[in-house]
Ligand binder design. Structure first.
Ligand SMILES: [Ca+2]
Length: 152
């Protein structure tokens, strides 16, 4: 089963990347948070589940017929790396689909961001000068400082 924690974290990170851009300071915070959660799912939580399975077996063997507790320790705590990867991809794909096709305003967020990047004077129209100036961002000889000002 894909990791729902990983899906949630990558969906959050993808959403921040779409809405604010990867240059925004919020993006590395979300990315770091996602990586920590996924690392814990594979590491700490998974191993705690494995330890719980061993403890349950030991308690069964030691106190056979005389259980010290009716409740067993929860063994399914973490995820395998492939479950975390599947969860992470699920979050990214779902968030991208939402941004592209199914948001509440039935608008394409990527196209809106592209339009906003081209419409420099914010008059709701892209004139020829804005179009040429915006395309120049993609030219290999455009200085990096100029490219950095483009927030697509
Ligand atoms: Ca304009």
């Amino acid at each position: 089963m894909p990791s729902s924690h990983s899906a949630l974290c990558t969906a959050l990170t993808t959403s921040v990347a779409i809405c604010h851009g990867i240059a925004d300071s919020l993006f590395p915070v979300c990315l770091g948070f996602s990586l920590i959660v996924m690392y814990d799912a594979i590491g700490v939580r998974r191993h705690a589940g494995m330890q719980a399975a061993v403890l349950n077996m030991i308690l069964e063997d030691l106190f056979q017929g005389h259980p010290i507790s009716q409740r067993k320790l929860k063994e399914l705590l973490g995820h395998t790396p492939s479950q975390v990867f599947a969860g992470a991809m699920l979050g990214v794909v779902e968030e991208l689909q939402l941004a592209l096709f199914r948001n509440s305003k039935n608008r394409n967020l990527f196209l809106d961001r592209m339009f906003d990047a081209f419409d420099v004077n914010r008059n709701g129209q892209i004139d020829f000068g804005e179009f040429v100036r915006s395309l120049a961002i993609f030219h290999p000889k455009t200085p990096q400082e100029t490219k950095a000002t483009c927030k697509i």
